[in-house]
Design a protein around this ligand. Structure first.
Ligand SMILES: [Zn+2]
Ligand SMILES: [Zn+2]
Length: 155
């Protein structure tokens, strides 16, 4: 699926081809919560890193690398330096993949049939885990990848 995305101020515009465009995976970790999801979580999609095209705003792009347990994370969190919108995550450990934030995508995304809630041990105490009754919940990372979830659902 072809995805068009942008930041809120419109400086940064990008597109990417996605095999995993269903926004089902809610991450409650403190990095997602603070940088991209003040409802308590952020949703990342899976896409083909080589297909990423930046159509504007290259000069506004910034990268944040979080410190996790005293070490700088290999995850490169790209955001707009003007308006602060979280755009996508790239990690050199998985060079074929890029993870756009669902909230930055302008193309209408498919509605997920269920949700997966992960990193719940990092959840803020005020955050209620919503979603659907049968949703899978994980204290940390689920074993099933974004791609495996899509295959299991025939998507
Ligand atoms: Zn912006
Ligand atoms: Zn997270």
């Amino acid at each position: 699926m072809h995805l068009d995305g942008s930041c809120h101020c419109g400086r940064v515009r990008f597109s990417v081809e996605s095999q995993e465009p269903v926004p089902f995976m809610r991450c409650y970790c403190s990095i997602c919560r603070k940088t991209a999801g003040t409802g308590g979580y952020a949703i990342n999609l899976g896409a083909d890193a080589r297909s990423l095209k930046i159509h504007g705003g290259q000069d506004a792009l910034r990268v944040y690398r979080a410190t996790i347990d005293g070490k700088e994370s290999s995850g490169q969190r790209h955001f707009c330096g003007h308006c602060g919108t979280a755009l996508w995550l790239y990690d050199e450990g998985w060079p074929d993949l890029i993870h756009p934030h669902a909230g930055a995508i302008d193309t209408p995304l498919p509605v997920p049939p269920d949700n997966v809630h992960m990193m719940l041990d990092s959840r803020a105490p005020w955050v209620q885990v919503e979603g659907q009754p049968g949703d899978a919940r994980f204290e940390q990372y689920p074993k099933e990848s974004l791609a495996e979830w899509h295959r299991r659902h025939g998507l």
